[in-house]
Design a protein around this ligand. Sequence first.
Ligand code: SF4
Ligand code: SF4
Length: 396
Amino acid sequence: MRGPLRPLYLRRLAQLGILGAVTWLALGHGRRPFEAFCPFGGVEAAWGLIRQGTYSCTTSEMNAAMLIGVAVLALFAGKAFCSWICPVGFFGEMLYKLGRVIPFLRGVMLPLHADRWLRLLRYPFTVLMLVLTYRAGELVLRGYDPFYILFSGFGHGTLGLVSAVAIGVFVLGSVVVPMLWCRFLCPLGAVQDLVARFGLLRLHRSSPACTSCGACDRVCLQRIAVSTPATIASIDCTRCLDCIDACPTGALTVRLGTPWPGGARTAAWKVSRWLVPVPVAAAMVLGLRVSEPLTLPTAEASFYDSADLAMPETWSYTVEGVKCTGTANFFIGRASAFAGVAAIKAYAGTNRVVMTFDRVRISAEALRDSIDAPVRNPRTGEPIRVFRVREMKQGG
Ligand code: SF4
Ligand code: SF4
């Protein structure tokens, strides 16, 4: 039932805030690239963590931390990440709403049985992306992922025409099919399904108050049959609360239940719908705060024992150009030739390298100049600058 204050306004504010923040990062501001905050990067990083004990490609501790945040959120509020935070979910919503104002598209609707089958596509697609990622050591999803393609502006790792077709299908398809990418293909949605079924905050429908008008069914972009069960137990429910807004009789409420499936779900306590944004905000804070303990070097090497150095000193440099496993290894290969360097740790997620060296043989400033020095292009012989120190400070 609609009041003057609607959770939708808060949800739009959250979506726009996140969209603004991601755009700001994508324009090169901030200390991390925009994709560092994608929770699916945490899943992509898993193989590198298992095999080499470090994050693979451009993934970092922030991806792992955001994945933990999303998993904890799913335990409380299912797939609320999709409707409150994810920019692709926001685009999907807006595109479908746009489609509803175009007269000849208004009545177009995918048959429900086809829709149900297509929803299963996200599982094989996720497995395929992960297998290809783990085999190639590259983030293969980048070429098909609307989030990466759009915010990177068809950047590194996208596939030209293939990515253009993927965006075309996403945009045009989302105008006709509600949440096309999210429901049919999104790997993060598939991963959330593992936990979302336990979500404690669920929608409840009171049969005596319900007039079976179907308004809730019509607004649900997940195409969930809200007007029939007592409790919405679908793993696809994103806790957007649009159905509560649409219900003219107040038959729909949010309830706090147990994680167990079945009857216990309906015997739950009624809570304010305003409780839903609380775990969303908490999960974001958790994701941003837990990254520190998950930090691991992307690549490291040591050449001498620091006990053998006359005056050991450790400095941390923020280096433009150290942004993935390949560039971290290249940096170490190059810096290993610098006089007096005993050990190097490179952190691609924050473009940081920590170097221990002998102060008697080289100064921190001379080391910075060596990092900044151009290298010869192996094909043309032209000098090119690969790395550039943005900041330096003493300590690890
Ligand atoms: S059931 Fe209601 S809260 Fe869940 S996704 Fe559909 S409209 Fe949103
Ligand atoms: S909108 Fe409310 S009254 Fe109408 S079918 Fe849904 S729960 Fe029942």
